[in-house]
Design a protein around this ligand. Structure first.
Ligand SMILES: *Cc1c(COP(=O)(O)O)cnc(C)c1O
Length: 415
């Protein structure tokens, strides 16, 4: 490490201390809720065993779902290794809740890129909601990146069935939505239209705050197990949590009408899912500290960052940095890759990834393939060349990643 980089990181870290204390308080509260839920549901070794075949009476699976529901303050939850990703979890919810002729309203602008083809935003792509006869429209966020309640209410149609709220920034230069903002909006919608399902894309949001959307008026939320709640240990999967009535309908789409949630075996067993959830509040804390340090460091270097290092309203684990030029962005991603414990020798390059509209560069050397709760950086290659960093199982690894990225920028004469 050059003297300059060492001094820079030291200065960046020194001003994070009060923010880290806040993050520790959040971890404390979330961990207490997780631990007491394990105890309440009498989690025991036999819940870790796998099943085969149909998976009737799979008590490990069922208990895991009860624990998740309680941790999220939800009536019910589906937590399954058969849900292949966050996009799949979200798509199951939409196809379970919406019927042809009904309307879906996105309340936080255009949803995350992989939802484009699920909804049929770019056209009536095969198998999309639009091809299936579901009407779609969206309301943009206000200039301060909060939900525009008045416009949302006036965009509701008689056939509106689901209002979709994406909590995280995704690949957008905007703030993540606070739980308070989601809460007041959900209340305003329910006050005039109690039958509407307020559904939150909770990817990257779990355990970032002390409350989850389902504790704040959302009817359903969903996310990935290879992000926050998997704690870095869950090998695959997704979850859906919310009101029992909604979960029952969604369960019919999860497997097949009639058999719903009663089936689904997993021979490898559930230990990693339980243990991952147990670790998740701490892992999220480490990822948040990494995000704050990244913001602090690049802010000192003069790059625009979102959120600012001292932002009080963080609601996801993502840190965006605006590089302005593609070569800076790509050099940054190469640094994150080079600092990885796995595949450190690989060199990330932009590629046309399925589900995304632009070439995407992804830097991740992870134990669980593609797990973005592990330190990773990715970006669609489009102006103004914003890089998104997220994850880190430990703060020290996050710091090593930033340090290596700075070294590569320095070597290339870009610092
Ligand atoms: C990651 C993500 C998704 C999609 O999840 P995958 O697991 O990548 O399919 C959806 N929405 C948001 C906000 C995300 O961050």
């Amino acid at each position: 490490m050059s003297k300059n980089i060492g001094a820079l990181l030291h200065e960046a870290e020194a001003r994070c201390a009060p923010l880290f204390a806040d993050l520790d308080r959040i971890e404390d509260e979330n961990f207490s809720r997780v631990l007491s839920s394990f105890q309440h549901h009498r989690v025991a070794t036999h819940h870790f065993s796998g099943t085969t075949g149909y998976g009737y009476n799979d008590i490990g699976r069922d208990t895991l779902e009860h624990v998740f529901a309680e941790v999220f303050g939800a009536e019910d939850a589906l937590v399954r290794p058969q849900i292949v990703s966050g996009t799949h979890a979200l798509a199951i919810c939409l196809f379970g809740l919406l019927k042809p002729g009904e309307h879906l309203l996105s309340a936080a602008g255009k949803p995350y890129d992989t939802l484009d083809e699920v909804i049929g935003i770019a056209g009536d792509s095969e198998g999309s909601l639009r091809a299936f006869g579901v009407d779609y429209s969206e309301v943009n966020l206000l200039a301060d990146h909060t939900l525009d309640a008045a416009s949302i209410l006036s965009a509701l149609k008689p056939n509106t069935r689901v209002v979709w709220i994406q909590r995280s920034r995704g690949y957008a230069w905007r703030a993540s939505l606070t739980i308070e903002n989601i809460e007041t909006t959900a209340k305003a919608i329910h006050a005039i239209r109690p039958e509407i399902v307020v559904m939150v894309d909770n990817c990257y949001g779990e355990f970032v705050n002390t409350r989850e959307p389902t504790m704040a008026g959302a009817d359903v939320m969903a996310g990935s197990l290879i992000k926050n709640v998997g704690g870095g240990l869950a090998p695959t999967g997704g979850y859906i949590a919310g009101r029992q009535k909604c979960i029952e309908r969604i369960a019919q789409r999860l497997t097949s009408p009639g058999i719903g949630r009663e089936v689904g075996s997993y021979a490898q067993g559930y230990q990693t899912f339980f243990q991952g959830l147990f670790l998740a509040p701490h892992v999220v804390n480490q990822a948040m500290k990494t995000a704050v340090l990244t913001a602090s460091t690049f802010d000192l270097l003069g790059y625009p960052v979102q959120p600012t290092f001292d932002a009080a309203n963080r609601s996801d684990i993502i840190q965006a940095i605006e590089f302005g030029k593609p070569e800076w962005l790509i050099a940054f991603c190469k640094g994150i890759q080079a600092a990885s414990p796995v595949d450190s020798f690989a060199i990330p390059e932009p590629w046309d990834m399925p589900g995304y509209q632009y070439p995407v560069i992804m830097a991740a050397g992870t134990f669980v393939a593609g797990a973005s709760i592990e330190l990773s950086a990715d970006a669609p290659i489009r102006p103004p060349f914003v890089g998104y960093l997220q994850g880190s199982l430990t703060y020290l690894h996050g710091k090593a990643g930033i340090c290596t990225a700075l070294k590569i920028l320095e070597e290339q004469g870009l610092l």
